[in-house]
Design a protein around this ligand. Structure first.
Ligand code: ADP
Ligand code: ADP
Length: 228
């Protein structure tokens, strides 16, 4: 039940100053229902890795497979949550409208769509804010809207790129617990990228560590989580 396979992935950019090795060599696999963290300092290639997995960027070498299929274009069964929550929400749509947006392309009955939206808003604790507009909400609440949208979409894998880097410490702790709950109670497969080692160890069942000094390396940590 391998969900995502990344094997000997390499990516170099050509820039005016020469060739930049953004990713030296990354390999890892993720099983269905796992929460895997990718951690490393700024510049180690995290964004590049995610862009390759999301089918937005072509690797220089290596293999990326989702459900055994090579990723050559943005997969439909993938949802993304970014650090810049403000930019991913539409200001002219209500919270409910934002969560509904990706479901519009699905052949769902009105009732089924409403059920998915209500369920997702409830899961992130935003039942009461359905009719609000994103700009009326705090940053943490806006990020909950982005997460609700991903929950309603029911993706095979949820990719989160430094999602809580821009919120205050208490909000961040609350949102981290939300991610853990979504993973535990709904079995969501989550690939969580952060530069914060504490966050990665708190959240991840497995942590893939990227580093590029003195040379580009990858290490894997297995985290033994206490049973809850
Ligand atoms: P992060 O917040 O993940 O550290 P960066 O600030 O490194 O992101 O990069 C932001 C965007 O700029 C990314 O899309 C990245 O691909 C692009 N980028 C980063 N470094 C360079 C560079 N040296 N030349 C061109 N584009 C770059
Ligand atoms: P991270 O997300 O971990 O900060 P990035 O993937 O943004 O890392 O960048 C990895 C390396 O690749 C950095 O040295 C960055 O400057 C470089 N880079 C990223 N995007 C580009 C680009 N489009 N052109 C040239 N260099 C880039």
């Amino acid at each position: 039940d391998t969900l995502l396979k990344v094997e000997n992935l390499k990516k170099t950019y050509e820039s005016s100053t020469g060739i930049v090795e953004a990713i030296g060599d990354i390999s890892f696999t993720m099983r269905q229902g796992e929460l895997v963290c990718i951690v490393g300092p700024s510049g180690c290639g995290k964004t590049t890795l995610l862009k390759c997995i999301a089918g937005l960027l072509r690797p220089t070498a290596g293999v990326i497979e989702l459900d055994g299929q090579p990723v050559t274009e943005p997969p439909e069964n993938m949802a993304l949550v970014f650090q810049e929550y403000g930019r991913s929400l539409y200001p002219w749509l209500t919270v409910r409208g934002n969560v509904e947006l990706p479901l519009r392309h699905r052949k769902l009955s009105r009732a089924e769509r409403d059920r998915l939206i209500d369920d997702a808003l409830h899961a992130v604790g935003l039942d009461h804010a359905a009719k609000s507009y994103p700009w009326q909400l705090s940053g943490g609440m806006q990020q909950r809207v982005a997460i609700a949208r991903a929950v309603a979409y029911q993706p095979e894998v949820l990719i989160m790129d430094e999602p809580f880097a821009a919120v205050d410490a208490q909000t961040r702790a609350d949102l981290e617990d939300l991610v853990r709950t979504l993973h535990r109670e709904r079995g969501m497969s989550i690939l969580f990228v952060t530069h914060d080692i504490d966050e990665s160890v708190y959240l991840g069942e497995r942590v893939v560590v990227l580093s590029k000094s003195p040379t580009w390396v990858q290490e894997d940590l297995a985290i033994d989580l206490p049973d809850e």
